[in-house]
Design a protein around this ligand. Sequence first.
Ligand code: ADP
Ligand code: MG
Length: 378
Amino acid sequence: MEVTLKNLTKKFPGRDKKDRSEVIAVSDLNYTIPDGKLIGLLGPSGCGKSTVLNLISGLLKPTEGRIFFGDDDVTELPPENRGIGLVFQNYALYPHLTVRQNIMFPLENLKGKDKLTKGEMREKADETAKLVQIDGLMDRKPRELSGGQQQRVAIARALVKRPGVLLLDEPLSNLDARLRLRTREEIRRIQSETKITTIFVTHDQEEAMSISDRIIVMKDGVVQQTGEPQDVYDSPDNLFVAKFLGTPPINIFTGHIRDNTLYIGGDAVLRVGEMPDREVIVGIRPEGFVLNERGALTCMLNGVEVMGRDISVVSVNDASQDPTVRSIIGAENEMSDAAMHKPRGSTVCFDLIPRKVFLFDHRTQERIVCKLQQITAK
Ligand code: ADP
Ligand code: MG
């Protein structure tokens, strides 16, 4: 099912006693979710993710805008007539019912021609339980299950009516790190097998990046950027998106352009295409640094952290907006071996990989798209 959001806006009345101005939870959202895809709706807490999901489900009515499922305008339809499945962070299972009864529950209320016999309900519940791999647990009560198993029951319950759209609101937040990883792979598998159009809400960029076909990045109710995860990572439209995606996060410097050269502090680090002299914000991904004794950017070594396959060189630079600069270097690299044996406080120099460096306007924080090149490649 294709889902189209048109000029979607949701305002809430202000709750603050001193400031009664309304909260714009979602502002003029336009997006078409393609049929059969898994979309990650991503952004910090309070940016409007749950509001978007609740608008799609029909639990909330938009202040302005329309929602279409396929060609049908569903804006006025109540949730139960939209053919959606919902899963929340807290599994909200019925504690006194068995797993089977919990999964069958949405089928009990079907009326008229949709009404099922007990046998048919059982069959559908068993089939769905198999899909999420909890078919061995059907006679247990929720309290006899682990958190991961409970969340699978909640997913089975959302899927049992074969919804056209599956909506997941931070479904992994209550699970420990290992289970979170396993369950997210499960969700990806289930989605691939069923091809149900799925919207997955999370504040965790890594989670969204790893399972989504496309992501929507939001901030303060406003969409910042949409696209395939890797494309958004490789080409962020603004400073917020650049900072929100990636671990360790992107390194931010104040810099300036002079004579078509990018400077960080006094160091000429890259050549830029034709551009007037100006101040800029420079973002450098951790993997954009290459150790080189005569490299363009000079920092002061703070320490080296070994992380298995890679090492992380932590240094300081006066032009950095964060206390430290974090670069990731392959541990196989002979230069990294040298860096590991350098004393703290000595200088480390880096060349920069141009496609890992982004420039932003220091006022609007929008990306300045330009061609960057290594200085040595003259
Ligand atoms: P997220 O899910 O991204 O954390 P929400 O969609 O829950 O964010 O909230 C977006 C904004 O709308 C927040 O500022 C929140 O306080 C506000 N908000 C959400 N629901 C209500 C409500 N029922 N009444 C008033 N304000 C609300
Ligand atoms: Mg939320």
